[in-house]
Ligand binder design. Structure first.
Ligand code: RB5
Length: 146
């Protein structure tokens, strides 16, 4: 699996934590930034991560900002993206099993590094269940063409 990861200034520390996790798990990743604590705009990092996902350059994306909300809103504007904002491990697992989410968003002002790590780990390791959930995901994706 290959992952694209990005954050704004508000998600920098969690981004480093998740990169360390992926190093441990042997998951290849590409960091699109940001690299410094100067104030930046989260859509500038959400878009490149999502473009890499929809072009199949990577399998999944992870986005972190202060709340995770801006990143998740921006990501879900990109055709082909199903982004979940998850701040607990139950949701992270369920959104892979039921929604086949291809992008995970988290907020550094909401979760600490330990919980963010657990959320990312379960999200990265959980497979989509398919079956009835595939029908529902297909219906969600069809909304893009309405
Ligand atoms: C930046 O101040 C903050 O607005 C951003 O990190 C994020 O929380 C937006 O949703």
């Amino acid at each position: 699996m290959k992952v694209a990861i990005g954050s704004d200034h508000g998600g920098l520390q969690i981004k480093e934590e998740i990169k360390a996790l992926m190093d441990e798990l042997g998951i290849e990743y590409e960091d699109v930034g940001c690299e410094c604590t100067d104030s930046v705009d989260y859509p500038d990092y959400a878009l490149p991560v999502c473009e890499k996902v929809v072009s199949n350059e990577v399998d999944r994306g992870i986005l972190i900002c202060g709340t995770g909300i801006g990143m998740s809103i921006a990501a879900n504007k990109v055709k082909g993206i199903r982004c979940a904002l998850a701040h607990d491990t139950f949701s992270a697992k369920a959104t892979r099993e039921h929604n086949d989410t291809n992008v995970l968003a988290m907020g550094e002002r909401i979760v600490g590094p330990g919980l963010a790590r657990d959320i990312a780990k379960v999200w990265l390791e959980t497979e989509f269940e398919g079956g009835r959930h595939a029908r529902r995901v297909d219906k969600v994706m069809a909304i893009e063409n309405v």
